[in-house]
Design a protein around this ligand. Structure first.
Ligand SMILES: Cc1ncc(COP(=O)(O)O)c(C=O)c1O
Ligand SMILES: [Zn+2]
Length: 394
């Protein structure tokens, strides 16, 4: 069963047939999956969700897979939304929530997008998947490719945390280390792999990853009992999570889950790689490439993104903002999340708390508001960073 009606170009609006393998539209922009939401609303009913399975496949009506037998599942999604009482008290925020994405397979939210993309590839008979990755996405692709008996080729920057490289190798993927950033990895991948033989599942160059990631927003609304948070703070690299959640809010309105209010979306980047922050501040519709990107948050070392215009639209459309934080503020925030809430998050997760403090300090957010921070990956995947936080203890 699939309620996909068509795919639609995010820039030129051109419509494309459903149930096919796609990369970009003929105009070079990402494609968005569209559904018959009126039909979906007949069965996807907010107060009837409790009996469904605790994975992202509980939102089956708004996912693109046609046959259940195509689904590759390692238990992704439906991660806890934790009410951060101690941290909230310290910050004067009684309604602060943490979406703990470390509990996904392979320890990061990247499992969501890759579960859906690999399942779709499985359905369409694609056997060879290739991707440039800042780290976590590679591990997730390798895991689902292994489950589906497919081949995976992952191009990673040579500075990627060692755990990311090891997981990919152990999960049977072909790993190519490239000097430079994820952008250089993409270039290298397209040069090395023969066109047509490998399918490119790069962020937003493949339309189904976004569908997996959008489920974070469905979960937040469901877990808050149908309430929409007032603000969400999300660590942004390629932007699929941000753009996906914005799309989910549009869908939830049509499904009758929410009534038109959407959260303000805040994008956090690293001071050493902040192309979206710069473009947002300058009022631009597209973001120029960031020269010499540097940060300990490997997932945020993304100097340019094909979905830049979609991120900027979501940030402005939601009356949100984009802001950058320093690596040392990410480290302090990781420690604070660990000490106050018992959560070992990644630097990208730490970045959301560092951003929250700035937003409170600048008067962007106020104490009574309900706020969700997305802790996108487990700290266990960043041994090099943990070593900095606990020198000599290993
Ligand atoms: C832990 C972590 N957080 C955030 C991001 C950025 O995600 P997105 O591409 O959805 O902007 C990444 C990307 O690699 C990541 O690994
Ligand atoms: Zn187009």
């Amino acid at each position: 069963m699939s309620l996909v009606t068509h795919l639609e170009c995010a820039r030129c609006g051109k419509q494309h047939e459903p149930a096919r393998a796609y990369n970009l539209c003929v105009c070079g922009a990402p494609l968005l999956v569209r559904y018959d939401l009126r039909r979906a609303a007949e069965t996807l009913v907010l107060n009837r969700m409790a009996s469904r399975q605790p994975t992202l496949w509980r939102y089956r009506e708004v996912l693109p897979i046609t046959r259940d037998s195509s689904i590759l599942c390692l238990g992704e999604g439906f991660t806890p939304l934790i009410h951060a009482r101690r941290l909230g008290k310290r910050l004067g925020l009684p309604n602060l929530y943490l979406k703990d994405e470390s509990q996904n397979p392979t320890g990061s939210f990247k499992a969501r997008g890759l579960a859906v993309a690999a399942s779709m590839a499985n359905e369409l008979g694609i056997r060879k998947l290739a991707m440039p990755s800042a780290g976590n996405a590679g591990g997730a692709l390798a895991a689902y490719a292994a489950q589906g008996g497919m081949e995976a080729a992952i191009f990673m920057p040579n500075e990627t945390p060692v755990a990311n490289r090891q997981e990919c190798v152990l999960l049977g993927a072909k790993v190519v280390l490239v000097s430079g950033s994820i952008k250089d990895c993409g270039r290298e991948m397209r040069e090395q792999l023969k066109a047509g033989e490998w399918f490119d599942v790069s962020t937003l160059r493949e339309p189904y990853r976004l569908e997996g990631k959008k489920t974070m927003a469905y979960e937040v609304v469901e877990q808050l009992g149908g309430r929409v948070p007032q603000a969400m703070i999300y660590p942004t690299g390629g932007g699929t999570g941000l753009v996906g959640m914005w799309k989910a809010f549009e869908e939830m309105e049509e499904l009758g889950w929410t009534s038109g209010t959407r959260p303000r979306m805040f994008s956090v980047q690293a001071q050493g790689c902040a192309p979206i922050v710069r473009a947002f501040a300058q009022g631009c519709d597209r973001a120029d490439e960031w020269e010499n990107p540097q940060t300990i948050a490997s997932g945020l070392r993304v100097p340019s993104a094909i979905g830049d215009f979609m991120m900027l639209q979501a940030l402005r459309g939601s009356r949100g903002a984009a802001l950058a934080v320093s690596d040392s503020d990410m480290l302090s925030a990781m420690r604070e999340l660990a000490e106050t809430e018992g959560l070992l998050t990644s630097p990208e997760g730490g970045a959301t708390l560092a951003a929250l403090k700035k937003l409170l300090g600048d008067g962007f957010l106020a104490g009574h508001e309900s706020i969700v921070l997305f802790l996108t990956a487990s700290g266990y995947k960043y041994q090099e960073v943990l070593e900095k936080l606990t020198p000599g203890s290993a």
